[in-house]
Design a protein. Structure first.
Length: 154
């Protein structure tokens, strides 16, 4: 009888341990759910001539909360096809689903460049938009909504 009682108590404690671990796992997975935000070709753009190289800095229109967001990637690429310059940018952000996140605002930027550009007129193409530029340029040029590119390349 003692053996049966001991076996019964051991089975009960094992069931409680399994239940506890399952509950703990469910809580952990529900509190750490993440969503993924992908931003494509929707950034503000700053351009700078550096000799025969065109430097590009893209600033994505989002803020990162240090307590809830993680930047997975931020990329920029620019290629030349004749006088057309094709610009693409993408950022991927992982966001924790939390009740409250800090309100700090981390910027998301990416850089790319295109060397060996001859002086002249070029058209930048991106996601159906286009803008004409002249290179070399004496000052930083702004495309889209960035108010001031000064200091962003430093």
């Amino acid at each position: 009888m003692h053996v049966e009682r001991a076996l019964f108590e051991q089975m009960q404690s094992t069931r409680w341990a399994v239940f506890f671990l399952a509950t703990l796992n469910a809580c952990a997975s529900s509190s750490s759910e993440e969503s993924e935000l992908v931003l494509e070709n929707s950034s503000d753009v700053c351009l700078r001539s550096a000799g025969d190289t065109l430097e590009v800095l893209v600033q994505f229109r989002t803020c990162l909360s240090s307590s809830c967001d993680t930047l997975a990637s931020a990329t920029c690429s620019i290629t030349a096809e004749g006088t057309n310059l094709l610009l693409e940018d993408q950022a991927t952000i992982k966001r924790k689903q939390a009740e409250s996140c800090t309100s700090d605002c981390g910027l998301v930027t990416a850089r790319c460049s295109l060397p060996d550009l001859a002086p002249g007129q070029y058209r930048i193409l991106r996601a159906g938009d286009s803008e004409d530029i002249t290179l070399p340029a004496d000052e930083v040029q702004v495309l889209q909504r960035v108010q001031n590119c000064v200091g962003l390349f430093d």
